[in-house]
Design a protein around this ligand. Sequence first.
Ligand code: 6LW
Length: 503
Amino acid sequence: METHPSATAATPVIPGFHPDPSVCRVGEDYYLVCSSFEYFPGIPVFHSRDLVNWTQIGNALDRPGQLDLPVDTPSSGGIYAPTLRHHDGRFWLAVFNVAPGGGTLLFTTTDPAGPWSDPVRVPGVTGIDPDLVWDEDGTCWCTTAGIAQVRIDPRTGETLGTPHPVWSGTPGTAAPEGPHLYRIGDYWYLMISEGGTERGHGVSIARGPSPAGPFEPCPANPILTHRSTDRPVQNTGHADLVQAADGSWWMVLLGVRPQGGTPGWHILGRETFLAPVTWEDGWPVVGEVGGELPRSPGLEVPAPAAGGRDDFEPGGLAPYWISLRDRPAECVTTKERDSWLTLRARGGSLDEPDVIFVGRRQQHLAFQARSLVDPSEGRGGLAVRLDERHHYSVEAGPDGRITVIARIGSLRSVAAELTLPTQLLVLTVRTGPAPEPHDSRTGPDSLVFGIETADGTVNELASLDGRYLSTEVAGGFTGRVVGLYAAAGTVHADWFEYLPISG
Ligand code: 6LW
């Protein structure tokens, strides 16, 4: 594969909340999956021919029975870091569901676009971040955060023995997790993340003669970290390795792009980046994150993620639309009104865990979104959501009252209010510059909510400080999601448009 120096070293290959990437190659095709937490469907699946341009081809967990996220599954609980592997003609996916009744789950398919199998439960594996690898004898090894390891039968979920500790990274370093085990050349390599998924994050590796070790750490550990640097991409870690069809090696990893002053706020969640890997003395050496990127003949790189307009055709929502915990057909449908999305309220406002909300990830540092809604049968609107306790929205209802609502922690406030005769309305949100102060405390951005009148004039109602919809404020593992919700009655949307402004 050709490589070319990129001027956009801070550009993720899959922007927006797409953390914990796991990748595998079959011939010329690459497949990649990410964590999905409290959202349904779960585990977005991407395809690429060059490791740079990725297309979402589905979601592995797209039906009830595969993905059970009870209403008491907390935000940033649910589906944690998956591992995707291809073995013996099948794709395998291992995940841990951090939810009541959850645990380790395995799925398999011959087509990563789906459908994927029902889950096989592995009750004997209780750690997060399960990795799967098969040795020369066909034995399957499952390695989890901690780091612990046990042999399993992936078809039945039976554990063959009890999990036992293996190499757990650099002594004194927090949170050994995200293990992946590989047979490369004469060695078995155990690559893990350590330091926690925040600014101290890093990747370390060890090697040994068997999948169970004993493991000798790489003298150059951590092989990747951006801790204590001023690089634009921070929190780099939770990585997976893949060998390209031409023999070159690559790492996919998560990173964040903090904005504003100190301590820096990341608003898009943890994103997927790519870095080149070379080998020296039998150890991997990681190049610049986002630096030298591969290029397949005929493909321009790196292509920024597209925005676009959804017209809600009756076939259903595109795979990038995500809901909270489930998506009951009686509450979310494109079949009730021709080419409209209908949302029927169930749980009240965005403060409630069972609110009916569907959205797509904010994938650009600056964006705008618009939607034409009919609020004549219920109250609802356009929201930017981090979690139940951190969201902003513009909402309309049959009484003609339009409100901009800000929820920050335990505070809920109506930031702006306006009454208009009930009518079809275009609700709008866009990012803008951070509000004052413009000093070391400058936030990442602002979120400006408004309505558009029939002649296309935008009436901006409120501009809200974006820092409160960042992971540094809200906590957790996700990022901003922008979308539509119903708080009472039934709300219809004719179309929804998401457009990048920059980055
Ligand atoms: C994941 C862990 C991590 O399970 O964050 O960054 C956790 N790494 O490995 C949630 O994504």
